[in-house]
Design a protein around this ligand. Sequence first.
Ligand code: NAI
Ligand code: NAD
Ligand code: ISE
Length: 344
Amino acid sequence: MTLRIGVIGTGAIGKEHIRRITNNLSGGKVVAVTDIEEASAKSAIEQFGLDAGIYPDDKTLIAEGDVDAVLVTSWGPEHEESVIAAIEAGKYVFCEKPLATTIEGCMRIVEAEMKLGKQLVQVGFMRRYDSGYLQLKEAIDNKFIGEPLLLHCAHRNPEVDTTYSTDMAITDTLIHEIDVLHWLVNDDYKSVQVIFPKKTRYAHEELRDPQFVILETKSGIVINVEISVNCKYGYDIQCEVVGEEGIAKLPEVPSITFRKNGRIGSHILMDWKERFMDAYDAELQDFIDAIRKTGEPNGPTAWDGYIAQVTAEACLKAQNSGKKEAVVFLEQPDFYKKNLKPAN
Ligand code: NAI
Ligand code: NAD
Ligand code: ISE
C-alpha cells in the first residue's frame, strides 16, 4: 500500500520534504496539506503538481484528509498540538525537531503514545541517518579508536535573521548535536555548561553569538560544541572523537579541489538544506518503509524527543546561570526499550 501523507506546515522544510516524497522517494504520496498561511499550502500544491487537498487546519486534515501519516513541519511551538491530535486519531507522525518546546509537552506526547499502546511517532533527527555519522558510530562501536574520551564539535551557520534569538542556538541548532552525540557514544548526558566567548560583530544586537557548550556524559566523556550562527564562510558541521587509541573525524563534504587565481581550494556548502540532503532522504524513506513493512516507525522515537528537550532545557538554564547544570531524566519506560535497527 502507498502511505498517504498529510503535511502540516508547508514552509521551508515542509516543502523540502514534499519535494523528496514526490520526486525522490518511493512508497509515499502527499495527499493533503495545511498551513496557517493558506497561500503557502496552495504554493506547495502548485510547485510540486500535487494531487492533494488543502485543509483549513491540522485537526481537519487529520480527521478528513484520508491520511495514514502526517508530517509536522510547522514552527516548533505548534508541534505538540498537531502530534497529539494525530496520535489520538491513530495516525503515524513524522515530527520535525523539536518534538515539543517543553519537557512537559514531550511527556504529554509520550503518554498519549503509551496510552494508545503503539509507537506512531518518529522525530526528525536526521543526523542518525547521515553516512558520515554512521561511519563514526561504526568506528566507535568496533573500538577502532578505543574508548571515546572527548569530542570536539562545531555547528556553524553562515548567518541568521533577526528573529533568531540566543535560546534558539540551543533549541533550534544545538538540538541536533544533543541528539546525535549521545547516540554516537552510547551514553547519557550528566551535566551541561554554556560559555559565551567574545561576541562577533555580525550578530544582531539581541543575539549572543558564538556560544560554547560543554556536555558531560555519565561515563565521563566531555563534549565541546562551538555554535556560531554568523560565521559567514559557510554551513559547516564538525565532529572529532578523541579515543584512547586514535582519533576519528566526521568526513568533509566531498567537493572538487580547484587551482585558480594562485590558490588551491575546495568548496564549502552555504545552506543546511544541502548538507544533510541524503540523510533527510534516508530518514523519510525509512519512516515510509518501516511503517509499510512492520506497521511501526523505526527511527528516533518520542522518547528521544524527550531526552533532547530535557538536555536543551538544562542548557538554557546553564546559559543564564553560567554554571554547570545537571541533566536529569525520568527512567525510560519499557515501551521505548527497543533496539533501533540501522537505517535502510
Ligand atoms: P518555516 O517557517 O519555513 O515553515 C513553517 C511553516 O509552518 C510555515 O509555513 C507556517 O506558516 C506553518 N505553520 C506554523 N504553524 C502551523 C500550524 N499550526 N499549522 C499549520 N502550519 C503551520 O520553518 P522551517 O524552517 O520549515 O521549520 C519548520 C520545522 O522544521 C521546525 O520545527 C524546524 O525546527 C524544523 N527544521 C528542521 C531542520 C532539520 O535540519 N531537521 C531544518 C530546518 C527546520
Ligand atoms: P518555516 O517558517 O519555513 O515553515 C513553517 C511553516 O509552518 C510556515 O509555513 C508556517 O506558516 C507553518 N505553520 C506554523 N504554524 C502552523 C500551524 N499551526 N499549522 C499549520 N502550519 C503552520 O520553518 P522551517 O524552517 O520549515 O522549520 C519548520 C520546522 O522544521 C521547525 O520545527 C524547525 O526546527 C524544523 N527544521 C528542521 C531542520 C532540520 O535540519 N531537521 C531544518 C530546518 C527546520
Ligand atoms: C535549523 O532549524 C536546523 O535545523 C538546521 O539544521 C540548523 O543548522 C539551523 O541552525 C537551525 O536553525
